[in-house]
Design a protein around this ligand. Structure first.
Ligand code: UDP
Ligand code: MG
Length: 317
């Protein structure tokens, strides 16, 4: 008896890509089943993240036509990370391994075979890593790679060039379920789960159809989310900065006293103005960063549900 594979796909307004995505994923799962690599109970699970278009209708009709497709309908749009978690948590109790991927076929479907091989070789988590970003626009590549660098600099450790295309075993998913945080940043949380991990390289393609649901604004918000929910390094940096400024101010003090002793007290309106602005700016920046964390604490104490499921389409009726 082979292990059960679930492919989890979050979908937000993806009616343009779903027909093709579902066809390709079905082919992939069926070929794995016929090669005897995964159980015939393997499924493809689409999570509808409160789409405004016909995405859920499409998922329902896919499920009706072929029970290989399952669906989860969230009560509203909760964002990619929450939708993905909803899918993984639904899959957790039914599968032995789950692979998460985007709906737009940017993640090379053929990497699934190698992920499954790594799983059987004993890995509990297999990261899909992009070998190149040739097909991304220069802007997307620049911002995305900058994203990983800044993240690591800020103490939010992530796997370089790994997005949310990965395989997790059942027990790794159970580990992930123990993380109760509301501010979700899955690609930073998964490495904390531990177990033996592997990586599989793949070439990232272009979005098959439709537009990116991650414009720059969302990407910046996502980076901020990642940094503040994974590390407290920015707070430590403020402390370091404060200490540095303190040293500078002592030097300034000594300098001023010497100038005063030399009888040249009235100097530099410019330097006064500059330091007022610089210190003011730094104080505001530091307050802002502290505020970010306080906001996080506020949200965590509320412990709001990370997603709510309206309906699940599966064969356990
Ligand atoms: N997505 C989602 N909820 C959202 C935004 C995006 O479930 O609020 C899904 C989307 O349907 C896709 C995946 O997240 O399957 C990645 O989005 P996209 O391809 O637009 O991001 P990009 O590849 O441009 O970073
Ligand atoms: Mg995409």
């Amino acid at each position: 008896m082979k292990d059960i594979l679930y492919i989890v796909v979050p979908c937000y307004n993806e009616e343009e890509v779903l027909p093709e995505t579902s066809k390709r994923l079905k082919e992939k799962v069926e070929s794995l089943v016929s090669q005897g690599k995964v159980s015939e109970k393997s499924r493809i699970l689409f999570v509808n993240d409160g789409s405004k278009d016909r995405t859920w209708e499409l998922i329902s009709s896919l499920h009706q036509a072929d029970p290989i497709f399952f669906g989860v309908d969230l009560t509203r749009n909760r964002g990619h990370q929450n939708a993905l978690l909803a899918g993984l948590m639904t899959a957790k109790d039914r599968c032995d391994m789950a692979i998460s991927m985007d709906a737009d076929l940017q993640d090379d479907v053929d990497a699934v075979d190698r992920m499954v091989e790594e799983y059987y070789a004993g890995c509990d988590i297999v990261y899909g890593v992009r070998s190149s970003r040739k097909k991304d626009t220069f802007f997307k590549r620049f911002t995305a790679e900058g994203f990983y660098r800044v993240m690591n600099l800020m103490g939010a450790e992530t796997v370089f060039n790994h997005a949310d295309y990965r395989l997790m075993s059942k027990r790794a998913l159970e580990g992930l379920a123990e993380f109760k945080e509301v501010n979700l940043f899955l690609r930073g949380m998964v490495p904390m789960v531990g177990y033996r991990t592997g990586t599989v390289e793949y070439e990232r393609g272009e979005r098959f159809a439709g537009e990116s649901k991650y414009p720059l604004k969302k990407m910046l918000a996502f980076a901020m989310e990642g940094i503040t929910s994974l590390s407290t390094k920015p707070l430590k940096m403020i402390t370091g900065l404060g200490f540095f400024i303190f040293l500078v101010s002592i030097a300034m003090l000594i300098y001023s006293v010497i100038r005063w002793a030399m009888g040249e007290t009235i100097i530099g309106w410019a330097s006064v103005i500059c330091s007022v602005w610089a210190i003011g700016g730094l104080i505001l920046l530091s307050l802002g960063i502290i505020g970010e964390y306080i906001g996080k604490i506020y949200l965590e104490t509320k412990a709001r549900p990370r997603f709510l499921i309206r309906e699940v389409l599966d064969d356990e009726k």
